[in-house]
Design a protein around this ligand. Structure first.
Ligand SMILES: [Ca+2]
Length: 160
């Protein structure tokens, strides 16, 4: 009996290890998320960290916290930018796509604050419930004074 319990323990341990290895679907595309965090300058101990335990939640672009389909309006805007670029014969990668999208001055979630402005204000561009508290004109002026959309261009290190 002692020997059997020993074996059961091992089987159980193996199952737990398997679950730990296969469970984090949220980490399916960590590259995109890490790239966006860097490109959006979100790794500076800003207020966005309060929205998730890790600086940028998967729900920044996805509907579900576990990532994957479906996407929220900002995630869909990224997908649409990828599609338009490919259809035009472009081969833009993720950092360039983000830059193209933010420069296009779209407002994915329709809360009147353009995506680039929300990225800079550290609110969620794919959630209309999340937006800056100051008037649009004020935030826009502060954003331009701080360098505008140019600061969200593809990072130099990614071109190497
Ligand atoms: Ca918005």
């Amino acid at each position: 009996m002692v020997g059997l319990r020993f074996t059961e323990k091992h089987v159980l341990g193996g199952l737990i290890a398997l679950l730990v290895l296969t469970a984090p679907a949220a980490l399916a595309l960590p590259k995109y998320r890490l790239q966006a965090i860097t490109q959006f300058h979100l790794d500076d101990g800003s207020g966005l960290a309060a929205l998730d335990r890790r600086v940028m939640s998967c729900s920044y672009c996805h509907v579900k916290e576990s990532g994957g389909a479906p996407w929220n309006p900002f995630g869909e805007a990224i997908r649409a930018t990828f599609k338009a670029n490919a259809e035009a014969g472009g081969k833009a990668k993720f950092p360039e796509i983000l830059s193209i999208l933010l420069k296009s001055e779209q407002d994915a979630d329709g809360d009147t604050y353009p995506d680039a402005l929300e990225v800079w204000a550290k609110t969620l561009p794919g959630d209309a419930e999340s937006k800056p508290t100051e008037p649009l004109e004020t935030v826009q002026a502060e954003f331009e004074a701080a360098g505008g959309v140019g600061q969200f261009g593809p990072q130099e290190t990614e071109k190497k």
